[in-house]
Design a protein around this ligand. Structure first.
Ligand code: UDP
Length: 329
């Protein structure tokens, strides 16, 4: 099988590349390297089954050509991360709206099955206990740019869904809930790599707000195989499917866990949202997935607990950091 992965130099995309190449598939990555990195793909360099194309998802001709050569498309290219969205609202919106439109239209034109990556953000302020795929969505004001990501991704889902339904081309929408793992960068906001980096450097671990807000972190090593299984499962086609973990933690609790697991002497400090993200930021207090649809469709069951997930990130970050010079005797 020939797969195109948009955003394949990013965190989840690069793990998907590894997974597909290891299973004997040919992979072409399209990525503009705006937030992704070639270092995420260095292990595939030289592999005859792997090709990297640097390019823009807004380039319709390029997208069309690559999709026309493929048997399946995984669309993960997006502007992600709270800092990125808040700092670059217009570019984020264009990439997340028109980029997806380009990929989906090309997939339908060439009748290539496609997956569109979405996010728990689409549920907005809905903090139900175990959010199901058919839950209502509650967004804040359009003047608050943080909501542009949720709104654009929500529209992406519609574009994917409506095109899939009208054309009969198989499509799957995956909704990721705080997926974490090695290679994720904290540069654009993601909390786990930020806390790990802070703890490993001995800097204060910065909790935003009270730290009572809760998240349920999922492992990239559970989510990536689920993506390909969903594509291979006809009952999953033209559905949106939640993917994530099962162990909920407060952000305050996460900070303590990271400090404990790194053995760091870092203090845990608290920062107002306004200072972290700018004026008017609205945070979700809770986001817990109901993954029973994925369980029913493909037997999805998260296999890693939070300590194991954090441990793998610490290990990766340690091996990635320059070895400190030995202390003078
Ligand atoms: N957060 C934090 N410190 C940081 C980065 C994030 O306390 O350095 C908080 C953030 O405000 C949110 C949670 O951690 O409550 C998860 O943030 P992330 O951006 O990783 O994911 P999302 O908000 O999309 O769930």
């Amino acid at each position: 099988m020939k797969a195109v992965i948009t955003g394949g130099a990013g965190f989840i995309g690069s793990h998907l590349c590894d997974h597909l190449v290891a299973r004997g598939h040919e992979v072409t990555v399209l990525d503009d390297l705006s937030t992704g990195s070639l270092s995420n793909l260095s292990q595939l360099k030289g592999s005859p089954a792997f090709r990297f194309v640097q390019g823009d998802i807004l380039d319709r001709d390029l997208v069309d050509r690559l999709v026309s050569e493929a048997d399946t498309v995984f669309h993960l290219a997006a502007a992600v991360g709270v800092y990125n969205i808040v700092d670059n609202p217009l570019r984020s919106l264009r990439i997340n709206l028109h980029g997806t439109e380009n990929v989906v239209e090309a997939a339908v034109r060439h009748r290539v099955p496609y997956m569109v990556a979405s996010t728990s953000e689409v549920y907005g302020k809905n903090d139900a206990d175990g959010i199901r795929e058919d839950a209502d969505r509650i967004y804040g004001s359009a003047t608050k740019s943080r909501w542009s990501y949720a709104a654009a991704k929500g529209l992406d889902e519609l574009v994917a869904y409506v095109h899939g339904a009208e054309s009969g081309v198989p499509c799957v929408i995956t909704r990721f809930f705080n997926v974490v793992g090695p290679r994720q960068t904290g540069r654009y906001g993601m909390v786990v790599p930020r806390f790990v980096d802070q703890a490993l450097s001995g800097e204060p671990v910065t909790v935003y707000g009270t730290g009572d807000q809760r998240r349920c972190f999922g492992s990239v090593f559970d989510v990536v195989p689920a993506m390909t299984r969903l594509m291979d499962t006809p009952e999953a086609h033209n559905q949106a499917v939640n993917l994530g973990g099962h162990e909920e933690v407060s952000i305050r609790g996460l900070a303590d866990r990271v400090v404990g697991l790194t053995g760091s002497g870092s203090a845990v400090t608290y920062m107002e949202y306004e200072e972290a993200y700018g004026e008017g930021y609205e945070d979700m207090q809770r986001r817990y997935p109901d993954t029973s649809l994925a369980r029913r469709l493909i037997g999805y069951e998260p296999t890693r607990d939070l300590d194991a997930i954090i441990g793998s990130i610490i290990e990766h970050r340690r091996s990635d950091r320059p070895v400190p010079a030995p202390a003078p005797a």
